[in-house]
Design a protein around this ligand. Sequence first.
Ligand code: ZN
Length: 316
Amino acid sequence: SLTSLVSPTGALKRLRSPFVGTSAQRTACLQCGYTAAIRHFTFDSLSFHLPLQTRQSLLECLLTYTHLDTIDDFNCQRCSVSKTLAQLEEQILTESSAADARRLDRTGTKGRRQGVAKAHLAKLQKERDTLLRALAENNLEDASMEKIDLLRSGTSQRPTRCTKQIMFARPPPILCVHFSRSIFHPSGQTLKNDCHVDFPEILDLTPFVTGQLETQPRQPLTKARWVPSPSTTGPDAATSTFQYRLQAVLVHRGSHSSGHFITYRRARVDQASEQWFRISDETVDPVELPQVLAAGDAYMLFYERITPQDMHLRSV
Ligand SMILES: [Zn+2]
């Protein structure tokens, strides 16, 4: 009720949308092995672009989404710092030998210009010390580094290869999946991708959820608790802690520019059983689960996170 949302102090409790989950993303350089801090993002739905093929499963979409990818044009912070440091060392060497030469040559420039050169050398040495400390402490995103021109104007930073992976850190109570079915044809036309999507009643997200985090670039972000494959007989209740049950399916019939939406959803009919319904405008018909799972032209899927206790509730 509304009153239960108000705490004794009168402040409204912060309500978290049931669709909101958190994902974790790791980017790691293959040249120096540096892994930047694992970044977390919130999401309220997953959007999968369907391939131009006749059939694809939700499992394949999830495997592609969480795959450990290799990216070629990555600007690694650690590689930039190392390269900048080498350039600084070289510049410091050149400038200090020039200063030594001036000291020996008594007829050389004196006074203000010498003072400027000395100050510049001190600035370079300070920058070098900052970079050395950052490398030693592996604290490469430090604010003090922002003042240093890491790419040293005039030099082009060569991109390195990195691995990138995204997984779920905190899966949402309700998982909303959207399938992008738009095909942008070179002629300027937008067409609908009729790819058939296979999806299960019970979805196990456990293999895609982070556990202990791994920082080695070639290792997955988290070692899989079990490896999902289309031939896997099904989730094992003992090892699966992130199980979801299909709650609703939105289907689009027709072409890209016109058509009709229908919804399949399940509803509780009594204490122990539930029923699936097909809803098309004002027409509501009871249907069987196999008919729902055969709706290959799904546009959106809604899965509700369940506990092992919920498993007794089976659709009728
Ligand atoms: Zn690197």
